[in-house]
Design a protein around this ligand. Structure first.
Ligand code: XMP
Length: 517
């Protein structure tokens, strides 16, 4: 889809760096469209795509290592401006006749580079600036025609550029925020060297996606599963704009949602967007399925089956439904190994509970598959979704069942739901909701002695979990103020019957996970 909507494009060749997606996001933040592609994309294919520039990402390998990913060396002869970052500069050096060696010790962390020569890459950059290094190799000999553009105490060629061709390399990572002037360097590459014009606008994107969806769907009907989460809400809002009453949404209320969650989704989508909304009241069925089950994977399996059954049964009632809309995002597309340019762009159908099997016999519509999460959020706001919905913390498909350890019962869910609501209410009131990535309550299968008034109690313990993270793969526990934690704890113990102890989880991921289950 992106091909039809953007004339100016940067390609990031992914050599396996944890930062490849970050590079692409940084470029898009500059209003320049950017896609990630396989590292070994052929020069012929690159010429067909005709990007304004190429960025070779970092990667975990050493260029001389057996099986190390290699680019097609012919890409350097295309005359397309190219920037190699970390492993990317090693690729450039290696293929153009220079020499890379293992550094005496792996350089990881901050370093100060000194600019060695003026360059369009350095416009507005200080003579001496702090950058982020993360590499085991460095350049020993520059390839012919290149000159050093910057150095550090331990690295003579921290940046290089060709004397007459638009080829540049950086040993450090300009894309991470730890490189103080990295953003300016990337801007310089995009504007001064690639000649980009900041043509990428989310508004235009939305308009073109809407046209595309209309053309594809014709007079048929599209089904969209709503979960209350950001992605499915934005898909539904976008489709509602595109095809209006040809959209049918299904919300499966599994009884495992947060307090008032189903109601707020219903309110937004039946009042505000006037969608044909089907709500499946499945709480009893899900609880029946969960009775007597404590093992986490078995809980997930049963919830997954129940969800699919409810969804499929409801979908059958909707006439002329040919399409199923999904909230696949760009990171899902990349993680599935199917960079959009690749020959086998397989789509990751969400492996987690809450996903649907392929054999439902619908054609898929994935209007967000070119977008990153932050872009999806901005789009949601543009489409008129409430802030609260757009900035909602992630919530697992199996819902509160994940956070109710041991057997799930209606009573336990009620306790957990109320405690969770208090945690979120206080978090919002204290202005901390947007400062954390995910915050919630967990009902522990632990009972202990307490004292209330003159009486001894023997009741449950509840944990509060709050994390900060960019990618949810690693996370740190949030340093919530003591006063806020105190308020949450006091309210939970006073207002909810059945809890006499509240603890705060101070473990990071890894080794812990974000959820407890
Ligand atoms: P963990 O606990 O693995 O969680 O550190 C990482 C992130 O994934 C979310 N999560 C899920 N999301 N369906 C989802 O849509 C699921 O089954 C599921 N399980 C975990 C979790 O909330 C956290 O944001």
């Amino acid at each position: 889809m992106a091909n039809s909507i953007t004339s100016e494009k940067i390609l990031v060749l992914d050599f396996g760096s944890q930062y490849a997606q970050l590079i692409a996001r940084r470029v898009r933040e500059e209003h320049v469209y950017c896609e990630i592609t396989r590292h070994d994309i052929s020069a012929t294919r690159v010429r067909e795509i005709a990007p304004k520039g190429l960025i070779l990402s970092g990667g975990p390998c050493s260029v001389y290592e057996e099986g190390a990913p290699q680019c097609d060396p012919a890409i350097f002869d295309l005359g397309i401006p190219t920037l190699g970052i970390c492993y990317g500069i090693h690729q450039m050096t290696h293929h153009l006749g220079g020499r890379v060696i293992g550094a005496p010790s792996r350089e990881y962390g901050h370093a100060i580079i000194s600019l060695a020569k003026s360059s369009p890459l350095w416009e507005g950059v200080s003579q001496s600036t702090r950058v982020w290094m993360s590499h085991g190799d460095q350049i020993a000999t520059l390839p012919e025609g290149f000159e050093a553009l910057a150095s550090t105490d331990t690295c003579a060629f921290a940046a290089m550029g060709h004397c007459s061709k638009p080829l540049f390399g950086m040993q450090f990572h300009p894309e991470v925020t730890h490189s103080d002037e990295g953003r300016q360097m990337l801007r310089n590459f995009l504007y001064n060297i690639c000649g980009c014009h900041q043509t990428w606008r989310l508004e235009d994107f939305a308009r073109l996606v809407i046209d595309d969806v209309r053309a594809k769907v014709g007079r048929d009907r599209v089904i969209c599963g709503l979960s209350g989460g950001v992605d499915s809400s934005v898909v539904a809002a976008l489709l509602s704009e595109a095809i209006g009453d040809q959209l049918s949404c299904i919300l499966v209320d599994n009884g495992l949602l947060r307090k008032n969650e189903a109601q707020s989704v219903i309110e937004v989508f039946s009042n505000h967007f006037r969608t044909d909304l089907h709500v499946v009241h499945g709480a009893d069925l899900f609880l029946e399925q969960l009775a007597g089950i404590s093992e986490p994977q078995e809980k997930r399996r049963r919830i997954g089956h129940a969800f699919i059954n409810c969804f499929a049964q409801e979908a059958e009632k909707i006439d002329n439904a040919k399409f199923l809309a999904q909230g696949t995002l760009y990171p899902d597309v990349i993680e599935s190994g199917g960079a959009p340019d690749g020959p086998a762009a397989t789509i990751k159908l969400h492996h987690n509970v809450g996903g649907l099997p392929k054999d439902l016999n619908f054609e898929l519509i994935e209007p967000l598959r070119d977008l990153f999460k932050d872009e999806v959020r901005r789009l949601g706001i543009q489409l008129g979704l409430p802030e609260e919905m757009v900035w909602r913390h992630p919530f697992p498909g199996p819902g509160l069942a994940v956070r109710c350890l041991g057997e799930v019962t209606r009573e336990k869910l009620d306790v957990l739901r109320e405690a969770d609501a208090i945690v979120l209410e206080e978090l919002r009131a204290a202005g901390w909701y947007r400062k954390t990535s995910q915050t919630f309550a967990v009902l522990l299968p632990v009972q202990s002695v307490g004292v209330m008034g003159d009486a001894r109690t023997y009741e449950n313990a509840l944990a509060i979990r709050s994390v900060c993270t960019e990618d949810f793969m690693t996370a740190d526990w949030s340093r919530l103020p003591y006063d806020l934690l105190a308020k949450m704890s006091t309210r939970i113990i006073n207002e909810i019957k059945g809890i006499n102890r509240v603890v705060y989880d101070i473990s990071s991921k890894p080794p812990a996970t974000i959820e407890w289950e």
